[in-house]
Write a protein that binds this ligand. Structure first.
Ligand code: ZN
Length: 165
């Protein structure tokens, strides 16, 4: 589990889209955040240098994100966390609240029909619902954008890997 700096909002949303468990700490207070990461045995992901030192001194694993730009933040995360990027989104965590996504059955899709725009249900047969905030997700127009962004990030990662060899 990754305990996220609230400054890293876009990165957090993206990690969830990629099927990675990324939670926000219960407070903005450094000590509480560090204690939370310890208790959850999580890795702290932060762009706050001071907090990252503090956490490391307490034995918490930290991924320090240096970049201000999202693409580079994701690249930094992948390199430092040593995770493999999937080729497409993994519908596991709600991008908004990190709740668990549950695939809806045909019966459930009928039940929640009023939450799905008619145009969407015409072209989509697969839906997920967040078990926490009850938002419904499907492979919408953003899906292709996300897939091509992943491809782009992977290409950059590969280039950097080749540079090091
Ligand atoms: Zn949710």
């Amino acid at each position: 589990m990754y305990v996220m700096d609230i400054m890293l909002k876009k990165l957090t949303r993206w990690l969830r889209i990629l099927g990675i468990n990324a939670v926000y700490p219960p407070s903005e207070d450094d000590d509480i955040i560090i204690e939370y990461a310890m208790k959850k045995n999580g890795v702290l992901v932060t762009s706050d240098k001071e907090m990252s030192h503090k956490a490391e001194n307490k034995g918490v694993r930290v991924i320090f994100i240096q970049s201000q730009c999202f693409d580079n933040q994701l690249i930094e995360f992948v390199e430092k966390a040593g995770v493999e990027l999937p080729n497409e989104p993994i519908e596991r965590y709600c991008p908004i609240c990190n709740g668990k996504l549950i695939r809806l059955t045909d019966q459930q899709i009928l039940t929640f029909r009023e939450k799905i725009p008619p145009k969407v249900s015409k072209y989509n047969k697969i839906f997920w619902m967040c078990d926490s905030c009850t938002r419904i997700y499907w492979k919408g127009t953003h899906y292709d954008e996300i897939v091509s962004k992943i491809k782009e990030i992977k290409r950059t990662l590969k280039k950097e890997e080749n540079k090091r060899v």
